[in-house]
Design a protein around this ligand. Structure first.
Ligand code: DHK
Length: 146
C-alpha cells in the first residue's frame, strides 16, 4: 500500500502571499508546500503536492489518485460552492478526504458557506491559516497507518 497523500490546491492559491494578505496571510504556496513536506517527513509519509486553476485537471488528478494514494487533502478554493463535478470525482476516490480552507469561511460572504465538497469529506479544517494543512495531513497520515 502506498504512503503518499495527495494534496490538491484549487484556483488562485498559486497567488498566496500576494493575494488579499489580510484574509490569506503572507505565506506563499511554496511555504505551504514546505510546511507539508516537513510534516510528511515527521509523519514518515510522502506527499504529492499540486495546484491548478482548472476544474478538469483537478478532477483528473482526483481520479488518478484512486488506488494510488493513501488519502487526499483538498483546498477546493473557488470551486467549493460551485462544483458538483469535483464532488462527483471525490465520491469516486476511495480513501479518506479532508477539506481545508485557510480562511474562516463561516464569517465571510454567504456565498462561500455552502460546500459541495464537504459531502465527500471525512473532516473539514478552516480558519487556522496554513497550519490547517499540517493538522489535516497529520490526521490523514494516522488514517493511512490504519
Ligand atoms: C480559498 C479561496 O480561494 C476562496 O475561494 C475560498 C479559500 C476560501 C481558503 O480560505 O483557503 O472561499
Amino acid at each position: 500500500m502506498t504512503d503518499t497523500i495527495l494534496i490538491i490546491n484549487g484556483p488562485n492559491l498559486d497567488m498566496l502571499g500576494t493575494r488579499q494578505p489580510e484574509v490569506y496571510g503572507h505565506d506563499t504556496l511554496a511555504d505551504v508546500e514546505a510546511l507539508c513536506q516537513r510534516t510528511a517527513e515527521d509523519e514518515g509519509i510522502s506527499i504529492d503536492f499540486r495546484q491548478s486553476d482548472s476544474e478538469a485537471e483537478i478532477m483528473k488528478w482526483i481520479k488518478q489518485g484512486r488506488g494510488t494514494t493513501a488519502g487526499l487533502l483538498i483546498n477546493p478554493a473557488g470551486f467549493t460552492s460551485t462544483s458538483i463535478a469535483i464532488l462527483d470525482s471525490l465520491l469516486i476516490y476511495d480513501r479518506p478526504i479532508i477539506e481545508v480552507h485557510i480562511s474562516p469561511l463561516f464569517k465571510r460572504d454567504d456565498f462561500r458557506h455552502p460546500s459541495h465538497v464537504s459531502r465527500a469529506a471525512a473532516a473539514k479544517v478552516e480558519g487556522f491559516g496554513i497550519r490547517g494543512y499540517e493538522f489535516a495531513l497529520r490526521k490523514l497520515a494516522e488514517w493511512a497507518r490504519g
